[in-house]
Design a protein around this ligand. Structure first.
Ligand code: GLU
Length: 490
C-alpha cells in the first residue's frame, strides 16, 4: 500500500472461539504481543469463527476477557476496528469465495464433485494398502459438460487447490529452521467446502496476506498446515509471512497439557487467585528464556528482553507449583494498596466470602499486612481470613483437636476472664496479657494459643493471634470463646 512501511511488524492472535482461552493459546497470544510490543509493531486479534457449529459469541467474550485480564491489548480487532478489517472470518466469507473463484478462473483451483463416501472409500483403500491418503486428482481435469452432469446428479462441489505433484514445500521456520514437506503427500486439498464455507487453511492464508501479517507465531500443532498455506499464497502470487512455530506445552508427566494437570485455562487461573503479573511471567517462560537462569521478569522487562531467537524448539513443561511459587512472590512484592484492590475485586467476583468492610466487618486493608507474606494466591487470603467476616466454622478435625487438647477448657476459661479487662483492646496489650497468662499457667505460648485460635477462627492456621483478636474486637472474641466453651461442655 502506498506510503506504508512494508518492513513493519504486524502479528496476529487468531483464536477459534470454540472454548476458553487455554494456557497454550495464552502463551501464543503473549509471544505475539511481546514480539509486537518489543518491535514497535502491531498486534491484531482475528476471530477464526468459520467452524459455525462450535464457535459462539460467549466464547469470543471469554477469550477477550481473558486477554484483557492478562493485559494483552490489541491494536486492531473486531471491537477495535482497523484498516484491514473486518476481523471476524464469518464477516469475510464473500471474500474467500471470490478469491477461490479467481483461482478457478486462473486454472489454479478446480471444483471437485467427489462425494464424502467416495473420499472415505479412497481413504479406506489407502489404509488397507498401508499408504497415507492423498486425494488422487480425479476431478482435476473435468470438462464443463462433466461438471454439469455431476451437478445434475445433485452433487455439490468443493473447491480444491491444484498443487505440484512433486518437489517439496519448504517452511523456513524461525524456531525450527527448514522443514520440508513432500508435495506428493499434500495432494490437491480443499479450499472451500461444499457448504461454501472456506477451510481454515484458505481463510488463514488469505487473511494473513490481506492483513499484511509479517510474522505468523503459533503453536507447532499448526506446522503441518503451513506448507498448505504457503502453496495457497504461491497460487495467489503473494508473499508468505515469516513463520515461528512455538514448542508444545506438556504437563509434569510429559503428556500434552490438559485439564488433568490442573487449571488449563486463563479463566481458571484467575478464579484460583493468580495475579496477572505472575501468569504473564510464567507463561513467558514456557518456551522462551533470557539467560537460562533468570525467572522473574516484570511485563516491561519481558517487552525489553523478549526475542523469538531465544524460543527453543523443545517442549516446555507447565509446572503448577512453580507458577504458585511465582504468584506468592508477586503478592509479597506488590504494593499493599494495589493488593487490597486486587483482593477486593477478587472477593467480589468470586463471592467466596461475606463482604469485608460492611456492617462493622474489618476492611481488607486491615488484614493485608497480617497475611501478605503467608499467601501464595488471592484465594488463600480468603481461606485465611474468612472467619473475620463469617461465623467461625470449625474445619474438619479442628473441633477434635480442641476436645482432645489437654487443658483446652481451662485455657479458654482463663482467657475469657482476662479479655474484658484488656484496655485498649489492641494487639500489643493483648499480647502482653496473654503471654503473662500463659506463663502463669506454665504453658508454652504456642500450646496456650492453639485452643484460642481454634475457638475464634475454627482453624488451626490463622494470621497472628493477637492481631486477629484485635480485629475481631473484644465482644466478638468473647462470644466465640463462650460458644467454644459451650461446645466443650456439651
Ligand atoms: N484458529 C487457529 C486456532 O485456534 C489459529 C491458527 C493460526 O494461528 O493460524 O488454533
Amino acid at each position: 500500500m502506498a506510503g506504508e512501511d512494508n518492513s513493519k511488524i504486524r502479528v496476529r492472535f487468531a483464536p477459534s472461539p470454540t472454548g476458553h482461552l487455554h494456557i497454550g493459546g495464552a502463551r501464543t497470544a503473549l509471544y505475539n504481543w511481546l514480539f509486537a510490543r518489543s518491535n514497535g509493531g502491531v498486534f491484531i486479534l482475528r476471530i477464526e469463527d468459520t467452524d459455525l457449529k462450535r464457535s459462539t459469541e460467549e466464547n469470543v467474550r471469554k477469550i477477550t476477557d481473558s486477554l484483557e485480564w492478562l493485559g494483552l491489548d490489541w491494536d486492531e480487532g473486531p471491537d477495535r476496528g482497523g484498516a484491514h478489517g473486518p476481523y471476524r472470518q464469518t464477516e469475510r466469507l464473500q471474500l474467500y469465495t471470490e478469491i477461490a473463484e479467481t483461482l478457478i478462473t486462473e486454472g489454479k483451483a478446480y471444483r471437485c464433485y467427489c462425494t464424502v463416501e467416495e473420499i472415505d472409500n479412497a481413504r479406506d483403500e489407502a489404509k488397507r494398502a498401508g499408504k497415507p491418503y492423498v486425494y488422487g486428482g480425479r476431478c482435476s481435469g473435468l470438462t464443463e459438460a462433466d461438471q454439469e452432469a455431476f451437478r445434475d446428479e445433485g452433487r455439490k462441489p468443493v473447491i480444491r487447490l491444484r498443487t505440484p505433484a512433486d518437489g517439496k514445500t519448504v517452511v523456513n521456520d524461525i524456531i525450527r529452521g527448514e522443514v520440508g514437506f513432500e508435495n506428493a503427500l499434500t495432494g490437491d486439498f480443499i479450499l472451500v467446502r461444499a457448504s461454501g464455507v472456506p477451510t481454515y487453511n484458505l481463510a488463514a492464508a488469505v487473511d494473513d496476506s490481506l492483513m499484511e501479517i509479517s510474522h505468523v507465531i503459533r503453536g507447532d500443532d499448526h506446522l503441518p498446515n503451513t506448507p498448505k498455506q504457503i502453496l495457497i499464497l504461491n497460487a495467489l502470487g503473494r508473499k508468505a509471512p515469516f513463520y515461528a512455530h512455538l514448542p508444545l506445552i506438556l504437563g509434569p508427566d510429559r503428556t500434552p497439557l490438559s485439564k488433568r494437570h490442573g487449571s488449563a485455562s486463563v479463566e481458571e487461573l484467575k478464579d484460583a487467585g493468580y495475579v496477572r503479573e505472575a501468569a504473564i511471567n510464567y507463561l513467558a517462560l514456557l518456551g522462551w528464556s533470557y539467560d537460562e537462569k533468570t525467572t522473574l521478569f516484570s511485563t516491561q522487562e519481558l517487552i525489553e528482553k523478549f526475542s523469538l531467537k531465544r524460543v527453543g524448539s523443545n517442549a516446555a513443561v507447565f509446572d503448577m507449583n512453580k507458577l504458585t511459587w511465582m504468584n506468592g512472590v508477586y503478592i509479597r512484592e506488590m504494593d499493599p494498596e494495589e493488593l487490597v484492590k486486587r483482593i477486593d475485586s477478587y472477593i467480589r467476583t468470586t463471592r467466596l466470602a461475606g463482604l469485608p468492610g460492611e456492617n462493622g466487618k474489618p476492611e481488607i486493608k486491615q488484614l493485608v499486612p497480617m497475611v501478605k507474606d503467608k499467601i501464595k494466591s488471592l484465594a488463600e487470603f480468603i481461606t485465611l481470613t474468612d472467619f473475620f467476616f463469617l461465623p467461625a466454622e470449625f474445619e474438619t478435625g479442628a473441633i477434635d483437636i480442641l476436645k482432645r487438647g489437654e487443658g483446652a477448657k481451662d485455657i479458654l476459661e482463663a482467657v475469657r476472664q482476662l479479655l474484658p479487662d484488656i484496655q485498649p483492646f489492641v494487639a500489643a496489650e493483648i499480647e502482653k496479657e496473654l503471654r503473662e497468662c500463659a506463663a502463669g499457667m506454665d504453658l508454652k505460648l504456642g500450646k496456650f494459643l492453639q485452643p484460642l485460635r481454634i475457638a475464634v477462627s475454627g482453624k488451626t492456621v490463622t494470621p497472628g493471634m493477637f492481631e486477629s483478636l484485635e480485629v475481631l474486637g473484644s465482644a466478638e472474641s468473647l462470644r466465640r470463646i463462650d460458644a467454644a466453651i459451650a461446645l466443650l461442655d456439651a
